[in-house]
Write a protein that binds this ligand. Sequence first.
Ligand code: IVH
Length: 662
Amino acid sequence: MESVQDRIIKLTKELNKHNYNYYVLSDPTISDFQFDKILEELIDLEKEYPQFRQPDSPTLRVGSDLSNNFDTVEHEFPMLSLGNTYSEDELREFHKRVVKELEQEPEYVCELKFDGASISMTYENDFFLRAVTRGDGTKGDDVSENIKTIKSIPLSISGENIPQRFEIRGEIIMPHKVFEKLNLEREKNGEPLFANPRNATSGSIKMINPKEVAKRHLDCYFYYMMGRTKPAATHYETLQLLSKWGFKVSEHTKLCKNIDEVFDYIHYWDDERKKLPYDTDGVVVKVNSFAMQDMMGFTAKIPKWAIAYKFKAEQVVTKVLSIDYQVGRTGAITPVANLEPVFLSGSTVKRASLHNADQMALLDIRIEDMVYVEKGGEIIPKIVGVESHAPGSVPTEFIKKCPACDTELIKYEGEARHFCPNTEGCPPQIKGRIEHFISRKAMNIDSMGEETVALFYDNGLIRDVSDLYTLKKEQIIPLERMAEKSAENIITSIEKSKEVPFDRVLFALGIRFIGETVAKKLAFAFGNMEKLANADKEELMSVDEIGDKIADSLIEYFADIDHIKLISRLMDYGLQFEMQETEKLSETLKGMSVIISGTFNNFSRDEIKAAIEKHGGKNVTSISKNTDLFVVGENIGPSKLEKATKLGIKMVNEDEFMKMIG
Ligand code: IVH
C-alpha cells in the first residue's frame, strides 16, 4: 500500500515532468485536463498533509506565499554586461583581438541575445535555492518567490555531474502574445501601458504579490553557468548538459568552427528573428573553450571573450495617408501620421507620431510619401525617415491655427511643440482636462468615459470639472444613450468621488508636471491645499523630488484667479483638500486578505488593522483558503494556527509584519 508521503512524492515528480515537457520542450504528453486532475489530487493531499509537501512542488508555482521583502543579495560573481557593436567591421576587430591573444582561431558559440531581464539563479543539492536580479551588477534583489512562478524554470534538477552548488544566468522574457494581452487588459482598466515586453518583464519580476506574477506568464532561457568548477570543458557542452538537467536552453544556439560561420549565423537571424514569438535584439558571440575564456579574462565591466552584435531596430516602409493634429489637455499640438497599416515587430501599426513641427520639417514628411517606421522605446512608433516623396508632392506646412477652436497657435521659448493658448475655450483641452479628472487614478468616476464627457460637454451640461458636482439626474436622462439607471450610476459615482483623498484630487486637477507620484509627495508634505497654494518656490523645492520646473508650474497655476475660483467651488462641493489620517501609505498589501490574531507588543490590534488598510490590504476575521497572510500575535489559540498551517497560509509575527510594510 502506497503511503501518503510516497503518493505526494510521486505526483510531484509526475507533474514536474509534465511541466518540463510542456514549458521547456514544448512537447506535452497529456492534456491540460489530465494535468489539472493530477494537480488537484496533489493540492488536496498537501492541504491535509502539509508536512509532506516537497520543496519542488508544482503547487509552489501559483505564488501562494507572500515574502517579497526583496532582500538585497550580493552576487558571488558580479553580473557584467557585454561589449556590444552594431558593425560587422567591429566584430572582425573583436575576432582579431581574440586571435592575437590566444594565438589561434577559436571556436565560437553563437546565441540569440534575448531582450528581457537578466537573472542569476543558485541551485544547491539539485534544488532551486534563490533567484536574484542584476541590480547594480554587484548586488541585486532576491526575487525567488516571483521566479518560482515561472513554469519553465526547474525547481529541482537531475542528471550527471551536477555540482553541489552552482549559479546559472539567464534571461526572463515575456512572449509577444502575453505582452499584447497584458497591455490590452491594462488599457481596458485605464492603467498605463508597458512600452515593450522588456519593461513589462522587469516590472513583473519586481511585483510585490507573487500571485500577480504568476498571471504574467513569463518564460526564461538560460545562457551561462558560473563557477570555478564546470561540468565540461566548453561552453557549448555545458549548455547541452544544462539542458539535460532540466534547464531551458535555446535550440537556436550554434557552435561555429570559425568567424565566417559566425557571420552566417548573424545574417540568418537578422531576418529570421522577426518570426520568433519573443523579442531579441542581437546575437551574443562567445569563445567556446573555458580554458581560452580564462586566458582572456575580463575588463572591469565586460568579459573579453564575448561580444554582443546588435541588430538595427526593425524598420518597415509604408505610406503616409494623412496627417492629423491632436490637441492635448495642456493645449500642446501633436502631429500624427495615419499610415497604411503595416506589420512591425509583432503588431500592426496604423499611426505614428511626428512629434513636432521641427521634426516634421527636418524629415520633410509629405502626404503620400513612403516612409520608414521604427519602434523605439515608446508605445507609439515613430517615422525615422522618408524613403521617397510622392510624385508632385509639396512640403507639408505645419498648421498655424488650432484645428479645434481656430485660435492662432503659439510657441513658447525652449518648447519644441506648438500650443493652443485658448485654455478656457478650446473644446479638446476642456474635455481632456475633464477626462483626466475622472480617470481611475484621479477621481475614479468610473461610470463616465470619454464619450460621456463629450456628450455632456456638447449638450452644455459641463464647462469645467466643477460642473460635474451640480449635475442632476433629470438633466442626464433625456440625453442620447442615457437612461434612468445609467444616470443614477453617474450621479452616484460623482458623489462617491468626494471621498477621494487629497493627493488624488491634486493629481486630478491636471497641473502641468504634477503626476501621480509628485501629487502624493506634495500632499504628504503640505497636508492641505491652502498651505500648498501659499508655499513659495523655496518651500516647494525643499520637498524631495520637487525641482525648478515643478515649482514654477505650481506657482503659475495658483497665480491664476480662475484656478483659485475653481478650487474654491470644488471645496464648497465637499471634495477633499486635506490629508486624512487613514490615507494609504503604500500598496504593499494590495489585493491581499489579511487576518490578525492574538496580542501585540508595540501596537494595539486596531493600529495593526489600520496599518493593513493603509498599505492596501483588507482585514478579514476568519481564516479561509482565500486568506493571504496571517499576522500572528501572542497568546493565540491553537485552532487558528492549526487551520492556517493546514491551508498553507503565510504567517508572520509582529516584527516581520512591520518589516514587510517598511
Ligand atoms: S551572456 C558572462 N548571453 O545581455 C555572461 N547575455 O548586454 C554574460 N543577454 O546582462 C552574459 N541574451 O541580460 C549572454 N545569450 C545571451 C544573452 C545575454 C541576453 C543579456 C544579459 C546581459 C546583457 C548584456
